[in-house]
Design a protein around this ligand. Structure first.
Ligand code: FES
Ligand code: FES
Length: 268
């Protein structure tokens, strides 16, 4: 079959093949590859749509691989101007109206602390704080943030001083690979405000109790943090860190150095 395909010459083009060439003149520039392609398309009985895809694939395969090749920047479609505060600094952006806040942070502002885990609102890795409330930045359009105040993990520390939640995560070893951690910490910081405001959750034991400030049980913390997944399973330590900040009381660390030398090394 392969030999037959190689042997197909221009003089042997069928009416269907001629029609294909008419529809996709770019194939005419591919010489040998064109004849092979037409042979493959005819022998496989491909529909017009599949043929188009295959043609594109072959054409793209011709793109030069020279690392220095300069490609023209892709023009923004549906550009909108958005002004907002990011980590306390005023920013004005021109973005595609469909661009998510997560993509704008990562691609336009180089704030790569917020992670893209699922890009579907299911893992919480992209959580940031907008006007004091935690949001999934992968499900938030940048255009929705006009005039808003956005805080990402990069904006929590004050200079060299970590936010108390960041310090507690380190103290309690609330992470392993760290991929979910920026989202976990932003979520936990906003959770503190929700508790102070007395906002209820599915796990609140008495929903009739009107209180300005809730004391969260471990179950409440788990429930309220359930939108932030941790593939490494650092959950017990994450809960301990949040509880320490929430209560203001030191919580027992549930880990320790294997031996004294490690501890001495870590404190040098
Ligand atoms: S990346 Fe946004 S929820 Fe997973
Ligand atoms: S620390 Fe690895 S996913 Fe949470």
């Amino acid at each position: 079959m392969a030999d037959e395909l190689e042997d197909i010459g221009e003089e042997q083009l069928t009416a269907d093949e001629e029609a294909l060439l008419k529809d996709f003149p770019e194939l005419g520039e591919l010489g040998e590859a064109r004849r092979k392609f037409l042979g493959q398309a005819a022998s496989l009985g491909l529909g017009a749509f599949a043929v188009h895809l295959l043609a594109q694939e072959q054409i793209l395969a011709e793109v030069p691989t020279d690392a220095n090749a300069v490609f023209a920047p892709v023009a923004e479609e549906n550009a909108v101007a958005v002004s907002m505060k990011i980590n306390g600094a005023a920013k004005s952006l021109s973005v595609d109206s469909r661009m998510t806040l997560l993509d704008a942070l990562r691609e336009k502002l180089a704030l790569t602390g917020s992670k893209k885990g699922c890009d579907h609102g299911q893992c919480g890795a992209c959580t940031v704080i907008v006007d004091g409330r935690r949001v999934l930045s992968c499900l938030t359009l940048t255009a929705q943030c006009e005039g808003k105040d956005v805080t990402t993990i990069e904006g929590l520390a004050k200079g060299d001083t970590l936010d108390p939640m960041q310090a507690a995560f380190i103290k309690h070893d609330g992470f392993q690979c760290g991929y979910c951690t920026p989202g976990q910490i932003c979520s936990a910081v906003a959770l503190m405000t929700e508790a102070k405001n007395g906002e209820l959750s599915y796990a609140t034991s008495d929903v009739r109790q009107k209180t300005r400030s809730l004391t969260l049980s471990d179950d409440e913390i788990r429930e309220r943090m359930s939108g932030n997944l941790c593939r490494c399973g650092a959950y017990p330590n994450i809960v301990a860190a949040i509880k320490e900040v929430h209560t203001g009381k030191a919580q027992a660390q549930n880990w320790q150095f294997v031996n004294k030398e490690d501890k001495d090394d870590a404190t040098v």
